[in-house]
Design a protein. Structure first.
Length: 824
């Protein structure tokens, strides 16, 4: 039953046939020919050719799911950070080699053509990329699933550096069309916003609520096919685009007010115009609330439409057929929206509607940072969604007077804490509390994080509902993050592991036995070296910096955030630089520190840290005294497609967040899988990575979660560390000089200030000495080539736990209760 079919065996398309298909599309879809076509046209024609196979499978999959009336998961997320799709789709349908052959026989460079594709950057970072890995795994595991999100016109901004400072430019990923999406006009939805609520009484004297919306927005769905590995199941990602409603404003238009009617169009289209570039900080912006509601309302209507097609007005099976996973609190307004539809449209009583809601929604928490917990002012909510606010009040009062009163009789302090409404000068709606009260399961994303969700974030809710809180450790898809981004290492693994390792990742354990085999070590490290040569070329192209591929490549790639502590990495680099200046024979292997990170445009200190890294890089890279022993590279515009080039070339993976702050991390998993040794704190999934890889194959440093709590309780004073560590003091004082910004002393002082005057919130100084020792240990290990190769190999061999297929199977077993559906 579970016989694995190598994707390569799946479609018996020959290279010659594929060539004909590509050329045909050059003619009929691109309106050009083999002689005239540029690389963009070749890319589009190649995509169109493989879409012949893919869209066939979309239809088959949907027919199967409808025919078998399967239960399905609906993954609601404001973000899907998909990256490029050409190679991934080719990999998953097993046509990678043939497509590459076909194009080279047509005298085209396959890699150059793949580079033409813009990233689908419809997300900020970890949370958005997790959603992308999850829908890949859902399709691979042949599970009935649909991803719902927003069809942003502009994804995450494009980053450049001007004089070392971040400059943002808009990202226009579909300016010239996108071959992977199809519009579904037959499934358009109309979404109300604004207006007021009228209370009425029907014939039987029952109170009914009628929402008179101020505006109607049209939601247009675009479907992106999600090809499972082996292409048995091809699910879809459905992205909603906002438009002005057709029937609105014809009066104004006909009365000659053409321009006035355009204002409404512009406002409606603004909703899906741009992705908010913040992560981990929620600002209460009206447009953001409308974005959230718009896509939730479209998605809930779509779910109900599909359910009704199978079950008509019989609502009794809804909770058996539908589960909705909420990716953080961002889509939580879906809960009151479903209540509204069930009561105001279907005519259900409260209890029945509430039972359905509680049977349908589950919520994933991705952060404990207080600034990231979403709150909306009651006044704003009332203006945009007046009926939803009423429903939220009702949910709240039933909870406080019912379950909460039973659990904590008369305890007003607990009630104030658990209330969905925060009282104060500005009343606020707490989306986290609504999410917990309205969901049947709440999960964190790594063991330690889930434990902290229970003990620190929602302890009273955990007391009320012990079975509600659970853990699902994150994962990443080995198809994109090993097979397709690191083809040489994959080919080596193919020789020793069964062909099905991309789905049964524990098969890679086969190379454990070879970890100390000199020949295998050489082959493994030769591949690593070749990947570093390739990355060195990219570095040269993007920054004009020359780096030596025999040097240790040390990589920190993630959003720029104080808690992720790129500034700790920076002060350690400065300490190394100082050691080399003081002692040119200072014993360390050549090292290249490589960064990739975007800062939220409004995050002042994050941008100062980027500037400081760039300025230190300038000085260090051009200082002949240190003889290239140290290089610092900040690659601009970090994104999925750049990650795919950096990760296979990493020797060291920097995972150095303050303990208790990084919910999980997923870059840590990708880097370890590709043989990088983690330098990390005991935070998020680092803990589980260390367990799996083995304590000897990672380098752990710094305070633990308990250590952090204890230090804070004692009263943390960064000045103590400044005065007691001569090197640390010298490095911090360097920020105030003009050493890195000639003629402009003090340009980097903000970084120092945040670490001293402003209290060093993330304990960089407390962890500095331990971090520096960890790096010395890395230096020693790297010098011993055999030991290093063994560590790298064992990291690759032992990462099976972090396959997102395992994460999805955990969701299926503990939360979703889904069955796979075989598509013939
Ligand atoms: C909220 C309100 C308004 C505007 C923006 C936001 C917003 C957007 C994105 C808040 C947070 C995010 C993103 C959070 C995120 O990426 N969290 C990361 O999730 C990963 C997947 O679970 C974890 O591995 C990381 O540890 C966590 O930081």
């Amino acid at each position: 039953d579970n016989v694995f079919v190598d994707p390569k065996e799946k479609f018996n398309v020959t290279t010659a046939e594929l060539k004909d298909m590509i050329v045909k599309h050059l003619h009929v879809t691109q309106g050009t020919d083999e002689n005239k076509a540029n690389e963009k046209a070749w890319f589009n024609a190649t995509a169109a050719a493989i879409n012949e196979v893919i869209f066939e499978r979309v239809t088959k999959t949907q027919k199967t799911h409808f025919g078998q009336d399967t239960r399905a998961v609906h993954y609601l997320s404001l973000e899907f950070l998909m990256g490029r799709l050409l190679k991934n789709n080719l990999c998953n349908i097993g046509l990678m080699e043939k497509a590459s052959e076909a194009l080279s026989e047509l005298n085209q460079d396959f890699n150059a053509i793949a580079e033409e594709e813009p990233d689908l950057a419809l997300g900020n970072g970890g949370l958005g990329r997790l959603a992308a890995c999850f829908i890949d795994s859902l399709a691979t595991l042949q599970l009935p699933a649909i991803g719902y999100g927003i069809h942003y016109e502009h994804g995450l901004f494009h980053q450049t550096f001007q004089n070392g400072r971040q400059v943002e430019r808009p990202d226009s990923w579909r300016e010239y069309g996108n071959p992977w999406e199809i519009c579904r006009p037959e499934s358009v939805q109309e979404i109300p916003v604004y207006g007021y609520v009228e209370t009425k009484y029907d014939d039987e004297g029952k109170m009914v609520k009628e929402w008179h919306p101020g505006r109607i927005i049209k939601g247009v769905p675009w479907d992106v096919p999600i090809v499972g590995y082996g292409a048995n199941t091809v699910n879809v990602l459905r992205l909603w685009e906002s438009r002005a409603s057709d029937f609105f404003n014809w009066d104004v238009f006909n009365a000659g007010g053409y321009l006035d009617s355009q204002v409404e169009n512009v406002q409606a289209e603004t909703i899906s115009k741009v992705l908010y570039p913040n992560d981990e900080t929620a600002q209460g912006k009206e447009l953001r609330l409308i974005q959230q509601y718009f896509f939730c309302a479209c998605s809930i209507k779509d779910i109900i439409r599909r359910y009704k097609r199978a079950h008509g007005n019989d609502w009794s099976k809804f909770v058996d057929q539908v589960v909705v996973q909420l990716n953080d609190t961002h889509p939580v307004v879906a809960i009151p929206e479903l209540m509204r539809i069930l009561m105001d449209r279907v005519g259900m009583e409260w209890d029945q509607a509430w039972d359905i809601c509680q049977g349908v929604f589950a919520y994933t928490n991705h952060t404990l940072l207080p600034e990231a917990l979403e709150k909306w002012s009651v006044a704003l909510f009332e203006k945009v969604l007046p009926r939803h606010l009423e429903i939220i009040y009702e949910i709240n009062s039933r909870f406080l007077n019912g379950i909460c009163e039973q659990a904590f009789p008369g305890d007003d302090a607990v009630k104030a804490k658990l209330s969905i409404i925060e009282e104060g000068r500005q009343k606020m709606v707490r989306m986290g509390n609504l999410a917990v009260i309205g969901s049947f399961k709440v999960n964190g994303v790594a063991q330690i994080h889930s434990a902290l969700v229970k003990s620190d974030l929602f302890p009273e809710f955990n007391q009320i509902w012990q079975d509600k809180f659970t853990n699902v450790t994150n994962g990443v898809t080995p198809r994109r993050w090993l097979k397709s981004c690191n083809p040489s290492l994959s080919a080596l693994i193919d020789e020793y592991a069964d062909v099905d390792w991309p789905v049964n990742q524990d098969k890679i354990r086969a190379i454990e036995d070879l970890a100390e085999d000199a020949k295998f070590q050489k082959r493994y490290m030769d591949i690593k070296h070749q990947n570093k040569v390739e990355l060195a070329k990219v570095i040269k192209e993007l920054t004009d910096i020359d780096v030596d591929p025999t040097a240790l490549f040390d990589i920190q790639i993630k959003r720029l955030h104080e808690y992720k502590r790129q500034q700790l990495n920076l002060i350690h680099i400065m300490a190394l630089y100082r050691r080399l200046l003081q002692n040119p024979d200072y014993d360390m292997p050549k090292r290249v520190f490589i960064f990739g990170a975007k800062a939220a445009p409004g995050y002042y200190l994050a941008k100062e840290i980027i500037y400081a890294i760039n300025k230190v890089a300038d000085r260090v890279n051009n200082d002949s005294r240190i003889k290239d022993k140290l290089k610092v590279v900040f690659l601009p515009n970090y994104r999925v497609s750049l990650a795919e080039k950096m990760i296979p070339a990493a020797d060291v993976s920097e995972q150095i967040s303050t303990a208790g702050k990084e919910a999980s991390g997923t870059g840590n998993m990708k880097l370890a899988l590709n043989g990088a040794v983690t330098v990390g704190t005991l935070d998020g999934a680092n803990i589980e990575i260390a367990e799996e890889a083995g304590e000897d194959n990672v380098v752990i440093f710094g305070l633990t979660v308990d250590g952090v709590k204890q230090l804070r309780a004692e009263g943390y004073n960064p000045w103590d560390y400044y005065y007691s560590n001569e090197e640390l003091k010298a490095v911090l004082d360097w920020f105030d000089t003009d050493y890195f910004t000639p003629g402009k002393p003090g340009e980097l002082s903000e970084v120092k200030r945040s670490l001293l005057d402003n209290g060093d919130h993330y304990l960089c100084l407390a962890d500095f000495a331990s971090y520096s020792d960890a790096q010395k240990k890395i230096d020693q290990l790297y010098k011993d080539k055999k030991t290093w190769a063994k560590m790298a190999i064992l990291n690759t061999a032992r990462m099976a736990k972090f396959n997102s297929d395992r994460s999805i199977q955990d969701y299926v077993d503990n939360i979703w209760k889904l069955e796979p559906a075989k598509v013939s």
